[in-house]
Design a protein. Sequence first.
Length: 171
Amino acid sequence: MSMDYPDLTALPADLQKVAAERSAVNIYRMVFHSPALAPAFLQMADAIFQGALPHPLRELAILRVGHAYEAPYEVHHHENIGRLLGLDEAGIAAAKTGSAEGLSAEQVAILSLTDRLLEQHTLTETDRAEALSFLTAGQLSDLVLTVGFYQLVSNFLNTFEVTTEGEKAPY
């Protein structure tokens, strides 16, 4: 049984306004089942897109999480977003398979770091040194927070069976 979207008109007026601005995207509609958490969730999503991690590398990490969590909604959107932001087709394919074929050294490292975060829930001193050889500390922080946030997003999407049905993509 799939979950119904919440009645956005039942929200307090201030949240109705926020929900109305985002209601074209199904995950944003569904997240209002948690009206106390939805605004912070949306702020975090926005902040990730304004972070210091280069956009194509960020999208590569997000796609890797989406594939690891078998979250088709996430993969669908972030393949499109990734293309718009400069992620190449080799990166999009590698996010699914983990293959390094056709990738830059930075892309290979982002996939590897993402996998380590997903599998080990941390990075070793060696992993951090590898990351800091091409990322700033701020970019590494953004990577770790992005991977963690999209684990949450993927769990949410899968639990609530969010699809693109009836959605108007924002890109």
